[in-house]
Design a protein around this ligand. Structure first.
Ligand SMILES: C[S@@+](CC[C@H](N)C(=O)[O-])C[C@H]1O[C@@H](n2cnc3c(N)ncnc32)[C@H](O)[C@@H]1O
Length: 406
């Protein structure tokens, strides 16, 4: 949606003690009752109740904290993320999980002063005696790619860019950026994100691992979109069923075929040449192709062209360029364009997509978009929305936007 960043006015007025330590009023008491009811439904595996429960717990924390407590909790997050990354680098989570259920002494962990304490306070392991640590239910995720590559990406690549965002915006008169060569990321790292990744293979491996693992355990686009019903038809024998554009090393295609092994027709993975160079498939129906999505789409008249988490990396003008290239390859009345991304709610956007929107601005001059923004982009590229497929439980969550030629 693009961030609306207001200029700060210098806070020069003196503040009374109550400004920082004001006891909350009793507004949190009704929230406690709501939480009790939602917790019972969540226990019975109602996903709507689960989402609402987390939101109410957050509301309860805010309603219970003094303003000072709130800003200290938020303000120290960057150091806490740094502590987690140090623990990863030192293999602390691996040691804790290997030793489970027995505890490990802090002196055995090759840790640094304070890091273990932060991990306990964050709930990523437990303390069972003075200086004695043990894995808990959250520790194992920090030993698998989803936890490891996420923190490598967030701390090594996103945090330095985030730290540059305020200065970047001040220097650019608080205008939303449109050029991915001049971003907060470029200010921190000296070049545009994709170029920098190509020049830094170690980080490129991390990033590709993060892309492949980050949605494990969460619904994918083909859990929302009725693939078998929509991607089969009389022409399928002669056509490519799906072109996965910007599909990284093909993790989504592999998962799609695992879920729908009988899905007929060829599938083509496209990404930058050095990214697809390492893609390997056991399925003869999946082929990899180096392709820059700013060039004309070489696969004509496919049944579907799918983009996941691509357009939020780009400005509106670049998105229209990419979409136009795709539209020119589509067959009227047959080809479908599928976009898997967040469709932001018009109001009360959840915290994660809101901060992802900022991340896209800081890394790429990109943004998350609302339904009306998606409709506008597609219209400009000669396309129209057929339907926005959503999971019933999520308001403002990841959706599949289906479009066709106008
Ligand atoms: C945010 S990742 C999304 C990857 C994958 N679709 C997913 O959702 O996991 C963006 C992808 O776009 C690719 N990409 C960036 N610029 C590209 C370009 N000009 N042409 C083709 N792919 C590009 C990157 O290599 C990366 O794999």
């Amino acid at each position: 949606m693009g961030a609306s960043i207001a200029k700060n006015s210098a806070a020069t007025a003196s503040v009374s003690a109550s400004t920082v330590t004001a006891k909350p009023n009793d507004s949190f008491i009704p929230i406690v009752d709501e939480i009790r009811n939602l917790a019972a439904d969540d226990f019975n595996e109602d996903p709507v109740a689960h989402a609402k429960l987390l939101s109410k717990i957050h509301a309860l924390q805010l309603a219970s904290e003094t303003p000072l407590e709130t800003i200290y909790r938020i303000g120290h997050q960057s150091w806490q993320n740094a502590a987690i990354k140090v623990a990863l680098d030192l293999g602390i989570f691996d040691v804790l999980v290997a030793r489970e259920p027995r505890p490990v002494g802090g002196d055995e962990l090759a840790s640094i002063r304070g890091a273990d304490v932060v991990l306990v306070a964050l709930g990523l392991c437990a303390e069972v005696g003075v200086g004695l640590y043990v894995a808990n239910a959250k520790t194992t995720i920090m030993t698998v790619p989803q936890g490891i590559t996420s923190f490598q990406f967030w701390v090594d690549m996103a945090m330095p860019a985030a730290a540059q965002l305020p200065d970047y915006l001040r220097a650019n008169s608080y205008q939303n950026p449109h050029d991915n060569k001049t971003t907060a990321f470029a200010r921190a790292f000296g070049s545009e994100f994709w170029t920098w990744l190509k020049q830094n293979p170690r980080y490129s491996t991390t990033f590709n691992g993060f892309m492949a693992s980050r949605r494990e355990g969460r619904p994918s686009w083909f859990d929302i979109y009725p693939v078998e019903q929509e991607l089969s038809g009389p022409e399928k024998e002669n056509t490519v069923t799906l072109v996965e554009i910007g599909g990284n090393q093909g993790h989504d295609l592999v998962n799609l075929k695992a879920k729908y092994p009988n899905l007929q027709g060829a599938m083509v993975l496209q990404d930058l040449p050095d990214v697809v160079a390492k893609a390997k498939f056991n399925d003869a129906n999946i082929v990899a192709m180096g392709h820059n999505f700013f060039d004309p789409q070489p696969i004509k008249h496919a049944h579907a062209y799918h983009f996941r988490a691509i357009f939020h990396d780009w400005s509106d003008a670049d998105c229209v360029r990419i979409l136009t290239r795709t539209a020119r390859a589509m067959k009227a009345g047959f080809s479908k364009l599928l976009i898997s991304e967040f469709v932001l709610a018009d109001a009360e956007t959840a915290l994660f997509p809101a901060s992802l929107d900022l991340q896209m601005m800081g890394l790429h001059a990109g943004m998350e978009r609302s339904e009306s923004q998606w409709r506008g982009l597609l219209r400009e590229a000669g396309l129209e929305v057929v339907r926005v497929w959503r999971r019933a439980v999520v308001v403002g969550g990841e959706c599949v936007v289906e479009a066709r030629l106008r």
